[in-house]
Design a protein around this ligand. Structure first.
Ligand code: ASP
Length: 438
């Protein structure tokens, strides 16, 4: 049995956190491969080392001295080494990196050094080998991951090390320069490592005890979701409930490796298990979670006998396509069709799109209203369960909230509701408390 562990920035922000991490790793012999983030925030208002490195990069670019900024990074890392009582001496590495930064080694190179140093320190502290991501994570010329080469080289490297620490977040371009994933990308490295070693489990250690059923900024003390499927996760993450980098799901999902979200500060909590399938009788609540996102606009088109006009829908969608716009939902009636789009993308092209829709579809009316919030009620337990929709709508009606749109996918995995943005928090609470009775 092999487990791959990834520790996020707050889990590795200080020597105190390193001690917790080592206890976790040593608690189970199968915890053999560990992916490390750069030191994150130790307290509110603290700065992540990755951000400090981006600052250094900007200073070099504007020809300003980096001594102060670089010394602050060095001091943070050195304090971890000292407080852990390690004999590891990174003096030469610090100098080498500083000089590389001064010689315009690039933005990604700068950002990646937080992971590099932190993984070196963690490897020394655990007594694990260090495998540099530079030698095992490969990007294509176009910046996408070179999956085949990475899988092959990583598998070969891991086979040579019984236990190892690998820095997250970065890899190497075909020309040898360092490239990073997008922010939070150590999650992706963890997932890639788990796949390469055919791990039984990918443990993603962070500072929350799993994915919550609702946003804790809106709902008081929401429950942790014990088990969630990849599809449910995608639905909820799309609505902003993020616990993991989006791109971290694919590599492990493809290899059927479950992900366990865990809390470094509360290792006794079992966290959230993300899996491909769950036996349908294993449902804790009818809904798995509820999440919402503001910032949508509805374009409602009306035309008499629209239902008989062949190609009407195509014309509408063509206008969107030509203007490079995605649509979120497409609820329709006999003589109406509504398209729900993202305000951010729609606003700059509003006039053009409406003009083109008028021209192409010759409607009786087009009505545009913004300020819409989409709420997704997600749950594998909803499929086949009777009365779920009525419970959701009753809960919302009891709050005197007007529903502007309803969309249920035929997979019955989710029900999407459009409401006015100002009703968001009340609607979220109403739905959550309808299904979770304390
Ligand atoms: N350190 C990087 C960031 O702050 C990557 C990561 O932590 O996953 O985005």
């Amino acid at each position: 049995m092999v487990k791959v562990l990834k520790f996020g920035g707050t889990s590795l922000a200080s020597a105190e956190q390193f001690v917790k991490v080592a206890d976790i790793v040593r608690a189970e012999p199968e915890r053999r491969y560990v992916v490390a983030s750069a030191p994150g925030k130790r307290f509110d208002g603290d700065k992540k080392v990755t951000d400090m490195l981006y600052d250094c990069y900007r200073l070099v670019k504007s020809n300003d001295p980096i001594d102060g900024a670089f010394d602050a990074i060095r001091a943070r890392l050195q304090s971890i080494i000292d407080e852990l009582g390690l004999s590891l001496d990174l003096t030469q590495d610090f100098e080498r990196v500083k000089s590389a930064l001064l010689h315009h080694s690039g933005r990604d190179y700068a950002a990646s050094r937080g992971e590099y140093f932190n993984a070196r320190i963690l490897a020394a502290y655990l007594g694990y080998d260090f495998i540099d991501a530079e030698g095992v994570i490969f990007f294509n010329e176009n910046g996408t991951l070179d999956v085949e080469k990475t899988d092959a080289e990583l598998a070969a490297a891991l086979a040579k090390h019984e236990r190892a620490v690998i820095p997250g977040f970065y890899g190497v371009m075909p020309n040898g320069t360092i490239k990073t994933f997008s922010r939070g990308g150590s999650d992706i490295t963890g997932s890639i490592v788990a796949r390469a070693i055919h791990a039984d489990l990918y443990e993603n250690w962070t500072d929350v005890s799993g994915m919550l059923m609702a946003d804790p900024r809106c709902v008081k003390d929401p429950r942790v979701i014990p088990t969630i499927t990849y599809r449910e996760l995608r639905e909820l993450s799309y609505m902003g409930a993020t616990v993991l980098h989006e791109d971290a799901v694919f590599p492990v999902r493809q290899a059927s490796i479950p992900i366990n979200i865990r809390n470094t500060n509360r290792p006794q909590d079992s966290g959230t298990m993300i899996v491909e399938h769950v036996a349908s009788n294993k449902v804790d609540t009818v809904i798995t979670g509820v999440a919402g996102k503001p910032g949508f606009t509805v374009i409602a088109i009306e035309k008499d006998s629209m239902n008989a006009e062949i190609g009407f829908g195509r014309k509408v969608l063509e206008v969107l396509e030509e203007n490079g716009l995605c649509f979120e939902h497409l609820p329709s009636g006999i003589d109406t069709m509504s398209v729900i789009v993202n305000d951010k993308d729609f606003a700059p092209k509003r006039e053009v799109i409406i003009d083109e829709l008028q021209h192409q579809t010759k409607p009786d009316s087009i009505y545009v209203y913004g300020g819409i919030c989409l709420l997704a009620v997600v749950g594998r337990g909803m499929a086949g369960a009777k009365g779920t929709a009525s419970r959701i709508f009753n809960a919302i009606a009891a709050e005197n909230i007007n529903i502007r749109m309803i969309d249920q996918g035929s997979s019955e995995l989710n029900i999407i509701i459009g409401i006015d943005e100002e009703d968001y928090v009340r609607a979220l609470n109403a739905i959550y408390h309808e299904f979770v009775k304390e």
